[in-house]
Design a protein around this ligand. Structure first.
Ligand code: F0G
Length: 484
């Protein structure tokens, strides 16, 4: 009979602190995989792209992905799975309750994250909705380094307020700092003093800080934020989407971690927290899935009840058994040193090449993405005329590349009473790199396209909204070009 709690079958690679020494004299960092199955992509003509843009009302979310050549819209759910993950998919057990796939998933999560209670969800935002429904009430305040848009929306949906407390360097695109995702610990102390501990049901920390440029959070900062939270009895939850990439940055940039294995760095990070939410569509290397985890039996009980109401029975939580297998394997692969070396190197390669040619980017390049500072790219387009949107449109027009605006379109707001538009603090365009999907020549193509647009930047004009939804408007908004 099958043991209910089988050992994970994937042998974990031991840390090899000197990956470089394994490579000997070789300097080239390669994709550490070969390709077994290919997916054709094809270039459209400039006239076709012009027509597709007009049909999509200049919102690239409304394009058909068949019309996109290189899709950098997101790194979420777009990973290529490994042969081990596909093998796991076949092993997936679809029992409604008590599936061995769940126990393999639970074991992988507990092994890496160390939390006692683990519930699968269909993706990250489902974990957020359940967590905040249990913990928050109207009038509460939830601090984070920077809340991701779904996190903010789910906090605010409960009537609580989401507050971003990233360090000042995290708001300055050109400033170089090794851990620009860090939370401003003094600002957290001030917030607690100002609103009172009883108004703060939990504190979040997003690793890496997606909305702030994919920038990492240092272990020292995790430790400091955790100490403040513990002093005041505030639970600390980590938004763990890109925990592997964050662990790699700690290994590269923080003193004392160079010889530690990413899995041990990850374990140390989560040991400072009381729980986590995770979208397995990122560093789970899966195409769907997520989870919510904590050590609090009472919170877990309430979460379990909500989970059953909207996601499913606690041993599948909105996922198929095969998805649980893919995540269990993916979470470990995302901590493999050869993988992380290639992953962070390829993102840095893109950032370095466009930046060397003068393109203003958030420095240094992030883990999962390079963020172009569209306000500096198009100094002649004011924020109200949506410079980020203009750049996103030009990248598609130039070369069929799809990126995403993270600026006024995403974070600005129209006041329903006055019709007045507010703008965002930064006008960024994110080039998010899907994991294990594109090769270096794809990246070279992207570099060339960006430099072509940069060369003709003075002729590009801004955009205005013609339609927008009251929240998360970037997904469905429609735009029209301004001027000639
Ligand atoms: N938290 C962070 C930091 C994220 O980046 C995301 C998703 C979520 C939570 C929500 O997870 O999509 O599984 O519900 N980010 C994607 C992106 C959508 O493109 O950055 P989800």
């Amino acid at each position: 009979m099958e043991n209910n709690r089988p050992r994970a079958h994937i042998p974990r690679r031991q840390s090899h602190p000197s990956t470089a020494s394994q490579r000997g004299a070789m300097k080239t960092i390669i994709e550490p995989f070969r390709i077994k199955s290919v997916e054709p992509i094809h270039l459209t003509t400039p006239a076709e792209r012009e027509a597709r843009l007009r049909e999509a009302a200049y919102n690239v979310f409304l394009l058909k992905s068949d019309d996109v050549l290189i899709d950098l819209l997101t790194d979420s759910g777009t990973s290529a799975m490994s042969s081990e993950q596909w093998a796991g998919m076949m092993r997936g057990d679809e029992s409604y309750a008590g599936s061995p796939s769940f126990y393999r998933f639970e074991q992988a999560v507990q092994d890496i994250f160390g939390f006692k209670y683990v519930f699968p969800t269909h993706q990250g935002r489902a974990a957020e909705r359940i967590l905040f429904s249990v913990m928050c009430k109207p009038g509460d305040v939830v601090p984070s380094n920077t809340h991701f848009d779904t996190t903010r929306a789910n906090v605010e949906f409960t009537g609580a307020k989401a507050v971003d407390l990233v360090i000042p360097e995290g708001r300055q695109p050109a400033t170089i700092h090794p851990f620009k995702g860090n939370m401003d610990v003094a600002a957290l102390e001030r917030l607690i003093a100002e609103v009172g501990r009883e108004k703060i049901p939990l504190c979040m920390l997003t690793v890496t800080n997606n909305s702030g440029g994919g920038q990492p959070v240092s272990m020292a900062n995790v430790r400091a934020v955790s100490a403040v939270c513990r002093k005041h009895g505030i639970p600390l939850y980590i938004d763990a989407c890109r925990f592997g990439e964050n662990a790699w940055f700690i290994k590269l940039r923080e003193e004392g971690y160079a010889d530690k294995a990413p899995i041990d760095i990850a374990r140390e990070m989560f040991a400072h927290a009381d729980g986590a939410t995770m979208s397995a569509k990122k560093d789970g290397l899966a195409n769907i899935g997520g989870f919510i985890a904590s050590n609090d039996a009472q919170v877990a009980q309430q979460e379990r009840n909500l989970l059953i109401l909207t996601e499913g029975f606690p041993t599948y939580g909105g996922l198929a058994g095969r998805d649980l297998e893919a995540i269990a394997i993916g979470l470990r692969e995302a901590l493999d040193e050869d993988y992380l070396l290639y992953r962070i190197t390829s993102t840095t390669y893109l950032g370095r090449h466009i930046s060397a040619a003068g393109v203003p980017i958030v420095q240094p390049p992030g883990g999962h993405a390079v963020y172009i500072d569209a306000a500096a790219f198009f100094p002649h387009i004011p924020p109200a005329e949506l410079p980020g949107q203009a750049l996103v449109v030009e990248l598609y027009r130039e070369a069929g590349i799809r990126a995403v605006e993270i600026g006024t379109v995403m974070f600005g707001k129209r006041d329903p009473a006055t019709g007045q538009e507010s703008t965002a603090p930064m006008e960024l365009v994110r080039l998010a790199i899907p994991r294990r999907v594109y090769t270096q020549s794809h990246v070279d193509y992207v570099v060339e396209a960006i430099l072509n647009v940069f060369g003709r930047r003075d002729a590009v004009r801004g955009y205005r909204f013609t339609e927008q939804a009251p929240f998360l408007r970037h997904f469905t908004a429609r735009f029209a070009p301004l001027g000639g």
